[in-house]
Design a binder for this molecule. Structure first.
Ligand code: DMJ
Length: 452
């Protein structure tokens, strides 16, 4: 189906959206059922493109109609990442086919160094949620095999994980890491520990995050890069963007998923430091900027598509006031060009990094805020996001990244998280509330629901 037809079917204006164009002004009430159906149809369209052109590969490159395998050999990134979305959307036959592919072809017995963080959040997280939703023991077996092969990452002098590990040999590399890669493992490793009755998975991932937290500055902040062998910070830049973001997310979520009191304490203390030093008011609204972790001195006024996760976490933690204000700021960023860039300078509202890699965080925040407030403005936001995606990122064969939200020039990749997260959060925003009970699951950072 053509882009214009999809949007017209939802009563949406098809804006050509030249750079800086105004978004449609007042909008009609959102028809949730129609929006959920439209998002589901677009998910299916993207999934079928993957199936037709990239089946069995990690990711589809929809413009060149070629494929991308992260390590020269496929780890079935897209099917594993997409499986629980297929299930949530009730696409049973497609889910069954994806699961069969995973069980038949996915093997971790491969002589390749992989990025521990990415493989944990996408594959371990996807296999665990897939297991919990289907009960298929083959998925848990794969998860345990993967978790066991990843364990050597924690064998550093500090217990904080190396960035890479060879899946076959266990050889580790990459001593310079960051809070996100060190502190975004506990939901997956903790769930694996519970399901396999092997506490080692929980203990190693928990120790990593505690070791990192213990190295916070006197202000209570963490930096952007740390050496896991010496325990010394190699960058003092403190913010909530890429490289740090999901460290904070997991402090709160490990408290919710496991009732771990250390996590509750670390989250509360970290939250206090973020509010004290990073929060920044400008005439355009509230932002969380960048400071030196030791002095607290401001070093940059950056906000971007990754920072946009924070309203979701604040809403989940119960601070709706701050969450709402931040989401309004993210919306301003989106509206500058009709789709959000990677980074803006929030003082000047100028784009500083123009790409859009189909990220989900702003939709995720709209979803949490709608669930907590029932305020229809978040449905409206969701509709705007969906409209932007369809208008600017749709190709004849799936969805692609943009290299610039200013020129709308297309890239050539449909990242697996587009199916795991971006369309899942949009769908859940509009779908009936009982599609998924947020009180019974905690989403990992790749939107894989893990049972509480
Ligand atoms: C995803 O892999 C995860 O959401 C991660 O936490 C951040 N990067 C992408 C999406 O933007």
């Amino acid at each position: 189906m053509k882009t214009g037809l999809i949007l017209a079917g939802l009563g949406l204006l098809l804006v050509g959206t030249p750079a800086g164009a105004e978004p449609p002004a007042a909008s009609a009430a959102v028809d949730r059922a129609a929006m959920a159906a439209a998002v589901r149809a677009e998910f299916l369209f993207a999934w079928k493109a993957y199936e037709q052109l990239a089946w069995g590969h990690d990711e589809l490159k929809p413009v060149s109609k070629t494929t991308r395998d992260w390590y020269g050999t496929s780890l079935e990134m897209t099917p594993v990442d997409a499986l629980d979305t297929l299930l949530l959307m009730g696409l049973k036959d497609d889910a069954e086919k994806a699961k069969a592919l995973i069980l038949a072809r996915l093997s971790f017995d491969k002589d390749v160094p992989v990025k521990n963080f990415e493989v944990t959040i996408r594959l371990l997280g996807g296999l665990l949620s897939g297991y919990q939703m289907t009960g298929d023991p083959g998925l848990l077996r794969l998860a345990e095999d993967l978790g066991t092969r990843l364990l050597p990452v924690f064998d550093s002098p500090t217990g904080m994980p190396y960035m890479y590990v060879n899946l076959k040999t266990g050889k580790t590399s990459g001593a310079k890491s960051n809070p996100a890669e060190i502190g975004t493992l506990l939901l997956e490793f903790g769930t694996l520990a519970r399901l396999t009755h092997k506490p080692v998975f929980y203990d190693k991932a928990k120790n990593a995050v505690v070791q990192l937290y213990n190295r916070r500055s006197l202000l209570g902040l963490v930096g952007e890069e740390i050496d896991v062998e010496t325990g010394r910070w190699t960058s003092r830049a403190s913010h909530v963007g890429g490289g740090i973001d999901s460290y904070y997310e997991y402090l709160l979520k490990c408290s919710l998923l496991f009732g771990d009191k250390d996590c509750t304490r670390m989250w509360k203390e970290s939250r206090r430091a973020l509010d004290a030093y990073l929060a920044d008011e400008t005439p355009a609204g509230l932002w969380y900027g960048q400071v030196d972790m030791v002095t607290g001195k401001r070093t940059a006024a950056e906000w971007g598509s990754l920072h946009a996760f924070l309203p979701a976490v604040l809403a989940l933690g119960g601070d709706l006031r701050q969450a709402r204000r931040l989401q309004d700021s993210s919306m301003k960023m989106w509206e500058l060009n009709g789709i959000e860039p990677e980074l803006i300078n929030y003082q000047t509202l100028q784009v500083t990094s123009p790409g859009y890699p189909l990220r989900p965080e702003i939709m995720e925040s709209a979803y949490y805020l709608y669930r907590s407030t029932k305020d229809p403005r978040y449905l409206d936001m969701g509709r705007t996001f969906f409209q932007g995606l369809v208008t600017h990122c749709r190709t004849a064969t799936g969805y692609t990244t943009l290299t610039s939200v200013v020129t709308k020039e297309k890239g050539d990749l449909m990242p697996s998280y587009f199916l795991a997260e971006t369309l899942k959060y949009l769908y859940l925003l509009f779908a009936p509330d009982d599609t998924l009970d947020l009180d019974r699951v905690v989403f990992n950072t790749e939107a894989h629901p893990l049972r509480r």
